[in-house]
Design a protein around this ligand. Structure first.
Ligand code: ATP
Length: 316
């Protein structure tokens, strides 16, 4: 396989702030790579270094060229902050951007792909909703049918149905061989779309791998999350019962988190006896959820920060 994107020892400082602290990464042609990390971790700066929109120390190659030398029709970029002309319609904007390339896609087809249909195509960009605007911006990044697509938080502000539609579109592009570098704060999004995921924290890549490998290495064990009854958690979280399950065979670890009792290491076959043990210890169980580790757990493990996702993503 050939690397479509290469970063070697990339460093970038803004005054005293080190945004990238020696990032090395190779992304294969046709790969979808998800970049995640807390606010300020350096994701946008890495995208900017790779696209030549910010100068950085170290070595960067895009399709075997310097980022500023690569043929621009081969690259699509959706920056995190991007505001096209407000008093053009989506149809006019797409036509305008298409006109920059010798061989662009049909604007109408691109607008259909990103879900801008009907009257929204004919309204000034500035009058569109936030999610509609973001869809138009995604369309602009796709209009030249790029080989490498950089998407910096593409689905921010887009409603759940639109987000899923966009995921389907990105999956189609990936199936067609497009290389995608995606940043996102949605673990569901990166887990669904990415062949590999990189976690940035404090300007360093702290973990890289397939979602499955990362979850196996850092995700911890499956767990039972118990909401205790009797209003104990609300009245005084410090009085939360954390029953000792040491005598149960299975090596369970019990802790309390945000008013819930978390029992790590509970497999599907263990649920009944753990619940019975709660009962025997007089802990009233209001509700319980069994979860398997996912990328949100990896996030917590490798960045040290708790992850609270939107869209019904797990809270840990
Ligand atoms: N133009 C700039 N001038 C000064 N500091 C900057 C600039 N751009 C980024 N930084 C700083 O560099 C660090 C990395 O920022 P960056 O935008 O790359 O993070 P990020 O991971 O994309 O964050 P977010 O999730 O909030 O988008 C931050 O501390 C940020 O304040």
């Amino acid at each position: 396989m050939t690397a479509a994107l290469v970063a070697e020892g990339v460093r970038k400082a803004y005054g005293d702030v080190t945004a990238l602290d020696g990032v090395s990464l190779e992304i294969e042609a046709g790969e979808v790579f998800g970049l995640v990390g807390p606010n300020g971790a350096g994701k946008t700066t890495l995208v900017r270094a790779l696209t030549g929109t910010a100068r950085a120390d170290g070595r960067v190659r895009v399709l075997d060229a310097a980022p500023t030398a690569v043929e621009r029709s081969r690259i699509g970029l959706l920056p995190q902050s991007f505001s096209p002309a407000g008093r053009l319609t989506p149809r006019e904007l797409l036509a305008q951007y298409a006109g920059r390339y010798d061989d662009a896609r049909e604007p109408e087809a691109v607008l259909s792909d990103v879900g801008i249909d009907g009257p929204a195509r004919e309204r000034w960009y500035e009058t569109l909703s936030g999610g509609q605007k973001r869809r138009v911006c995604v369309g602009i990044a796709l209009v030249n049918d790029p080989e490498v697509l950089f998407l910096d938080e593409p689905t921010t502000g887009i409603d759940p149905a639109g987000r899923r539609a966009l995921w389907g579109l990105l999956e189609d592009l990936a199936a067609g061989g497009t290389t995608v570098l995606l940043t996102s704060h949605s673990m569901a999004e990166v887990e669904r779309l990415s062949d590999r995921v990189g976690f940035l924290n404090g300007g360093r890549l702290v973990a890289v791998g397939t979602p499955g490998d990362l979850i196996a290495a850092h995700g911890g064990r499956s767990r039972l999350v118990v909401e205790p009854g009797d209003g104990v958690a609300e009245s005084d979280p410090t009085r939360m019962p954390a029953p000792d399950l040491a005598d149960l065979d299975g090596g369970f670890e019990v802790s309390t988190r945000r008013g819930r009792i978390v029992v790590e290491g509970v497999g599907p076959r263990d649920i009944d006896r753990v619940v019975a043990a709660f009962d025997a210890r007089g802990v009233d169980v209001e509700s319980l959820t069994w979860t398997q580790p996912d990328l949100g757990d990896v996030y917590l493990a490798v960045t040290g920060e708790s992850f609270e996702g939107g869209d019904g993503e797990a809270v840990r």
